[in-house]
Ligand binder design. Structure first.
Ligand code: NDP
Length: 368
């Protein structure tokens, strides 16, 4: 028999549910976000900045308020498209003036690799937070200088490691922390694509700092660390080059590398600019395994473990990244896997050691 309370709750339940359902069905009815907003200037309006800018349109906590570019026509069109006022637009000569601009909290550096270090030092000196694309710099020494400059300025330095916030990736990391795979024994990382246009900066040692390793191999370096959950202590590496015309001196085409971790796990990785379909992480432990394939592309990312598929819905990585970075910078949120300067610097320490090992043919220690 239904008592009065059960009867009333049955009667009212659909009505109580209505506001929730209407918000889902008509998202525009949802109350606007009124929390703190990170005011971001984008620096270097190229291919990746275009993707970040589009994704930021769906972000509540981070907004484009400034633009820094060496191309006046781009400044004009981006300014209109993203509704940025003229007084918040700068070029590479005058952007130190952001110092006096309260409408910019952080600068997101999206220029070629070699420019990250000098530009980050200037942004820090102007008293703004730095968000910097990967690789954070050309080597560990530069990375360390960036960390120190931001520390001295009392500002934070974050690196654009978007996978640290991707739902399938985070799920696997959490399962590893919870012990679902048991003791970790092995990681395999495959990172590569076939590069096109021979005149692009990615094939110019001065601007790229190297070749595939700096650009795409870094995903396996960084991925090995968040999948295994430790920082490697030694590396061996072998370089192969089939096209010395395209891949000039100092621009690596393909490097295979192996790493050892303090807990005894080993990793075997491939970084290349000369093969497609290479974007796969595999983690093996005593109790089970995890696979991400694709692992680091723009998505959807596909994950599975020994217990079956993971099916987290796809959200543009850069939207989630900017929401989370705003929460880190404005609300002191601690992400599951850090995206700070120290994290970026560690990858550069490892990459320096990989290049050294490829040249020496020796097993090289990695010292942080
Ligand atoms: P692009 O070449 O598409 O854009 C770079 C922009 O930097 C240019 O459009 C230009 O913008 C500016 N720039 C300033 N000086 C130079 C110069 N000397 N040569 C060329 N461009 C210059 O590169 P991407 O957008 O692909 O890459 C930019 C950064 O983002 C790199 O560090 C890369 O590793 C990283 N990246 C990260 C990705 C990720 O998934 N996290 C994906 C792709 C790239 P302007 O005309 O406005 O000055």
């Amino acid at each position: 028999m239904t008592n009065r309370r059960q009867f009333i709750s049955k009667l009212t339940a659909p009505f109580l549910a209505m506001p929730v359902l209407s918000e889902l069905a008509f998202p525009s009815c949802a109350s606007p976000y009124e929390g703190p907003v990170l005011k971001v200037a984008l620096m270097g309006l190229g291919g990746y900045a275009t993707r970040v800018a589009e994704a930021m349109q769906a972000s509540k906590k981070a907004r484009i308020t400034g633009l820094i570019s060496g191309t006046p026509e781009k400044l004009k069109s981006w300014q209109q498209k993203y509704n940025v006022s003229t007084k918040n637009c700068y070029n590479y000569e005058n952007f130190d003036a952001i110092k006096n601009n309260p409408e910019i909290d952080a600068v997101y550096i999206l220029t070629p690799n070699a420019l990250h270090h000098p530009q980050a030092l200037r942004v820090a000196a102007a008293g703004k937070h730095v968000i910097c694309e990967k690789p954070m710099a050309l080597n560990a020494r530069q990375g360390k200088e960036m960390v120190e400059a931001c520390k001295k300025a009392g500002k934070q330095l974050l690196v654009g490691y978007r996978m640290h916030f991707e739902a399938n990736t985070v799920d696997i990391i959490q399962q590893r922390i919870n012990g679902n795979f048991g003791k970790i024994l092995f990681f395999q990382g495959l990172s590569g694509f076939r590069i096109g246009n021979p005149s692009q900066w990615r094939l110019n040692k001065e601007l790229a700092g190297g070749g595939a390793m700096m650009d795409i191999g870094i995903y396996s370096v960084n991925g090995a660390r968040y999948m295994v959950g430790e920082d490697p202590i030694w590396v061996t590496a072998q370089e192969t080059k089939t096209n010395p015309t395209l891949f000039k001196e100092g621009v690596d085409e393909t490097i295979q590398f192996q790493m050892g971790f303090p807990g005894g796990a080993v990793a075997s990785c491939l970084s290349t600019y000369n093969m497609n379909n290479l974007d796969r992480f595999f983690l093996n432990g005593e109790k089970g395994f995890a696979e991400l394939y694709p692992a680091s592309g723009y998505g959807p990312i596909k994950g599975r473990t020994h217990q079956g598929e993971l099916n987290h819905p796809h959200v543009a990585h850069q939207t989630t990244q900017m929401e989370e970075m705003a929460a880190i910078l404005l609300e002191n949120k601690k992400p599951l896997v850090p995206v700070d300067g120290l994290e970026g610097w560690k990858d550069l320490v490892i990459i320096d050691a990989i290049y050294k090992a490829a040249a020496s043919g020796q097993k090289e220690p990695i010292r942080y």
